[in-house]
Every structure is written in structure tokens, then in C-alpha cells.
Design a binder for this molecule. Structure first.
Ligand code: UDP
Length: 244
């Protein structure tokens, strides 16, 4: 880890892993999965963290923060002259890479989040098509008072990888609290990944992804996201005025 550079954007230290495979391999180096918390950093999360002190502390405490958003990658390149090699690591691609490795190596996985039907599809597909050992799952619509039972369920399952799809900041809060009960796992927040993997939501076509416009595609495909655009504008102001 010491050889991986770190870049600071608006107070958040982001690891400069070059590509998705590099990060996935790092997390599985020496045959055992690392423990800790993986948080995808994008423009929206930077702004959310500025508005929410608790979220900011959770993000700071996460061991592995990676550049998930294209604007974060652009900002790092603008601020640091040695970062021209950096590419975006999309959370969904990292999740897929980890699932592929989990299936091949028999790593026990626990899934949290999403609607019950979506989660059931994700679980089925992972087990039957990818050979992933799912040791437990729970949909993302539960009451606060049910959380501690769920934490214990995760602990008892012996999962080495816990992927949490509750959206931000819910998933970061959940992971941090669960981690305190059961620290022996790698926690990954995955946002809307289950929706895409189950086929409920379409991912942006490759051309959009290559143009760095996946965020725009998501807004057009799910207009309810429009209210989130204000945060992207705020971040763009930081970027273009060099306040990074
Ligand atoms: N979700 C959930 N419980 C909640 C709120 C959201 O399980 O209380 C799920 C929701 O079903 C969706 C995901 O969390 O699958 C949030 O996806 P979103 O696309 O908003 O996340 P992003 O990728 O933008 O972080």
C-alpha cells in the first residue's frame, strides 16, 4: 500500500490505484482478502461529505477510498502533475471484479441492500452463473431497530466480503457500524450496482462510459436523480476555480 500514491481532493485522501484490476488484485494479494472499508469517491460524495460532518468522518475513517467519478479523476490530474496515468475505477466494475475472484476462490460473501426482488435475482445469478458462495443476504428496506440483529447475522455468517447497496450516506453509516461489531471482513458500498446487475436498470452504453458521461446517462435514465445535479454543479465550480 505504501507504494500506491495518495491524492488529496478537498480534504479527502484518495488512493491512486491505476486500474480496477490493480485494486482488486491488491485487495486479494497473498491469497487472503484484506479487511476494512472501501468507499467510492465521486463529485456527489465530496459535496455530501461537506454538508454532513458525520459522513465526512466515516469517509475519512475508510481505509480504501478510490476515484470512482470521472470528475474526481480530472481534478486529481489538474492538481497533481504526476497523476496522468490515473483512470476512473467505477464501483460496479470493482464489484464485478471482486465477485469474479470470490467465485473462483470460494470467498464467502454477504449481500445487503436493494429491493427484495432485485436482491433475490442478484443472489441467484451470483450463485448459479458465477459460482459465488453467498453466506447470507438481506434486502435494504429494514427498520433501524433491526440493524443490530442484521450485524449479528453478518458476524455469524463468517463473510469475508460484505457488499452494501443502500445508497449514500446510508451505506457508509451501515458499514461503519457493522464493522465495529464484525471487523473481520472487507466492506464495500455499491450504491445502485444490484439494480444494474439484476437487469432492473440499464448501465450507460460503453461509448457514454468512455466519454466520461455515465453520470449524465444515469440522470437521463432516472429523472428522479435530477435533484442531485445541484451537487455536481457545486463540485464543478470547485474544479474550474481550482479550489481542490
Ligand atoms: N436502497 C435500499 N434501501 C434504502 C434506500 C436505497 O436498499 O433504504 C437501495 C436502492 O434500492 C438502490 C440503491 O440502494 O438499489 C441506491 O442506488 P443509487 O442508484 O441511488 O446509488 P448510487 O449508485 O447513486 O450511489
Amino acid at each position: 500500500m505504501d507504494s500506491i500514491p495518495k491524492y488529496n481532493i478537498r480534504g479527502i485522501d484518495i488512493w491512486g490505484f491505476q486500474r480496477t484490476v490493480e485494486l482488486a488484485d491488491y485487495l486479494l494479494a497473498d491469497g487472503a482478502l484484506k479487511t476494512g472499508m472501501l468507499v467510492a469517491i465521486n463529485a456527489e460524495k465530496v459535496i455530501l461529505a461537506e454538508q454532513d460532518r458525520a459522513l465526512c468522518e466515516l469517509i475519512q475513517a475508510a481505509k480504501y477510498k478510490y476515484a470512482d467519478g470521472v470528475s474526481i479523476v480530472r481534478s486529481i490530474k489538474r492538481k497533481y502533475s504526476d497523476a496522468s496515468y490515473l483512470q476512473r475505477i467505477a464501483g460496479i466494475d470493482l464489484w464485478l471484479a471482486l465477485m469474479r475472484r470470490a467465485g473462483a476462490r470460494g470467498i464467502p460473501v454477504f449481500l445487503v441492500g436493494g429491493e427484495a426482488g432485485v436482491l433475490a435475482k442478484v443472489e441467484r445469478k451470483l450463485m448459479t452463473d458465477w459460482g459465488v458462495k453467498i453466506v447470507g443476504s438481506h434486502n435494504g428496506y429494514f427498520k433501524d431497530e433491526e440493524r443490530s440483529t442484521l450485524f449479528q447475522l453478518i458476524q455469524k455468517s463468517g463473510a469475508a466480503l460484505v457488499t452494501v447497496a443502500l445508497g449514500s450516506p446510508k451505506q457508509e453509516i451501515f458499514m461503519r457500524h457493522c464493522q465495529k461489531v464484525y471487523p473481520k471482513a472487507l466492506y464495500m458500498g455499491v450504491g445502485g450496482t444490484f439494480d444494474v446487475f439484476s437487469g432492473k436498470v440499464k448501465r450507460a452504453p460503453k461509448a457514454w462510459q468512455h466519454l466520461g458521461l455515465e453520470w449524465l446517462y444515469r440522470i437521463l435514465a432516472q429523472p428522479t436523480r435530477l435533484r442531485r445535479v445541484a451537487r455536481l454543479f457545486k463540485y464543478a465550480c470547485y474544479h474550474y476555480s481550482g479550489r481542490l
